[in-house]
Design a protein around this ligand. Structure first.
Ligand SMILES: Nc1ncnc2c1ncn2[C@@H]1O[C@H](COP(=O)(O)OP(=O)(O)OP(=O)(O)O)[C@@H](O)[C@H]1O
Ligand SMILES: Nc1nc2c(c(=O)[nH]1)N=C(CO)CN2
Length: 169
């Protein structure tokens, strides 16, 4: 069993329902065991900026699957939920990115691990920090502490209460 970390994002339609649905699908997958679920953050769009703000979160899970099979299950969830691919970095109902799986880096045309852009993305590192094991050093601590969350347009939006999202008051 190896631990994996997955980033989730949504900025089209009912963002909260999409994230809830994606987590339910991960939890229902017999090959995956979801361990921790981060808080939900509302984040300003990065890359292609003329699009609605995102909700972002992260989960940790354990699995016997190899990294490619794990990625394919994540892509299948995106597809089943109706994700349409058009603009690169453009708006989407749901996005599931594999950030890290075990400690083996890899680079193929289908999958690069760790995710090649994660260190530059506060919207990934902030939720990832929530689910990173306390006993292990967080490898992107320096990158994370260099971000100003206000400047990055990141604010805490909701929590996962085990079944769904609970809005922060
Ligand atoms: N670590 C990874 N996680 C997810 N997809 C990856 C990864 N490495 C390579 N890919 C490949 O990238 C392809 C495009 O992914 P996707 O459409 O989610 O990109 P994006 O979210 O628009 O941009 P970004 O990759 O910058 O997050 C996937 O089909 C997959 O084969
Ligand atoms: N704030 C934010 N910006 C993005 C996001 C995202 O999830 N959150 N995903 C992108 C494509 O991977 C591009 N830009």
């Amino acid at each position: 069993m190896q631990e994996a970390f997955v980033a989730l994002g949504a900025n089209l339609g009912d963002r909260e329902s999409s994230l809830t649905e994606a987590i339910r699908r991960l939890q229902a997958d017999p090959y995956l065991e979801v361990r921790r679920v981060s808080a939900v953050y509302e984040t300003a769009p990065v890359g292609f900026t003329d699009q609605p703000s995102f909700l972002n979160m992260a989960v940790s899970l354990v699995t016997e699957l190899d990294s490619i099979l794990l990625l394919r299950r994540l892509l299948a969830i995106e597809q089943e939920m109706g994700r349409v691919r058009d603009i690169r970095w453009g708006p989407r109902i749901i996005d599931l990115d594999l950030l890290v799986h075990g400690d083996v880096p890899m680079e193929t045309s289908e999958l690069t691990l760790p995710h090649p852009r994660m260190g530059q993305r506060a919207f990934v590192l902030v939720p990832l920090r929530d689910v990173w094991p306390e006993e292990a050093p967080f490898p992107w601590e320096a990158e994370l502490s260099a971000f100003s969350l206000a400047e990055e347009g990141i604010k805490r939006f909701a929590e996962w209460n085990g079944e769904g999202l609970r809005k922060e008051l």
